[in-house]
Design a protein. Structure first.
Length: 264
């Protein structure tokens, strides 16, 4: 499918109406489902523009499906990217109504803030990605399963809808992160004090900086670059924790810090 033969605007309009109403998009009509990633990213860009009036401007990107376990869970063969909007940004902690979500999950991630452009001067490797980073943070991505059977929903359609993204909680910026081994960092997800999942930085494409490099190169293919000040969520170290009403979820990454989300 080419974007010329597909109603990108119609798909973005349909999804935007559901997103603003807080509803599932599991019944997205087949005629509005992008059939390939190029069409999926085209819908995503159009959806971003439609949601910006309600949810604010873009603040950066999330990279999803960066671990073997996550790719198996989602039936996704490779990483995918989704934009993040201002209304979803929280600092340190968040208190969120559980009923506002279709099926809410929390992911334990390392977030990075760009200090300079990335992807504007050729292909990017992990070292080049690290050189462009100003600050890093312990972070939780808030994801929402708006798709019903997400394994059957289709990768291009997941991409069109920001690939599960709802919001992000950033912890305090980390001092001296360049002296740390981010690949060895252990991420832990707790709910109500009990450990629910753990993972390592190396689980994310071998190293979180490889995730950032992947994103820069994927955006180059789409004719875009990463800009200074943008935040990138590099992917969940463990699998997501699907939260229940009343849960207090804590995300902690060894040596980096923690964040908290209360679901009311």
């Amino acid at each position: 499918m080419t974007t010329d033969a597909f109603d990108v605007g119609g798909a973005a309009d349909w999804i935007a109406a559901r997103r603003i109403a807080g509803r599932s998009i599991a019944d997205l009509p087949a005629s509005l489902k992008p059939a390939d990633e190029a069409a999926g990213y085209a819908v995503q860009a159009a959806l971003r523009d439609r949601l910006a009036a309600t949810l604010g401007p873009p603040i950066g990107w999330k990279v999803g499906a960066t671990t073997t376990a996550m790719q198996t869970l989602l039936n996704v063969p490779a990483p995918c990217a989704g934009e993040m909007l201002r209304a979803g940004l929280h600092r340190g902690a968040a208190r969120l109504p559980h009923a506002a979500f279709c099926r809410v999950g929390v992911e334990c991630e390392i977030a990075m803030e760009l200090a300079r452009p990335l992807g504007d001067s050729g292909p990017v490797d992990a070292a080049g990605a690290a050189a462009a980073v100003g600050r890093i943070f312990p972070a939780a991505e808030i994801v929402d399963d708006r798709y019903g059977d997400f394994r059957a929903f289709g990768v291009p359609a997941l991409i069109a809808d920001f690939f599960f993204h709802h919001g992000v909680v950033l912890g305090d910026p980390v001092v001296g992160w360049r002296d740390m081994d981010l690949g060895a960092a252990v991420g832990t997800t707790r709910a109500n004090g009990a450990v629910k999942a753990t993972g390592r930085g190396a689980d994310v494409l071998g190293h979180p900086m490889r995730s950032l490099a992947w994103l820069a190169n994927r955006l180059r293919d789409l004719g875009r670059i990463l800009e200074p000040g943008q935040i990138v969520m590099t992917g969940s170290l463990p699998l997501p924790y699907w939260a229940a009403a009343g849960d207090r979820v804590e995300i902690e990454i060894g040596g980096l810090g923690l964040v908290r989300i209360d679901f009311t």
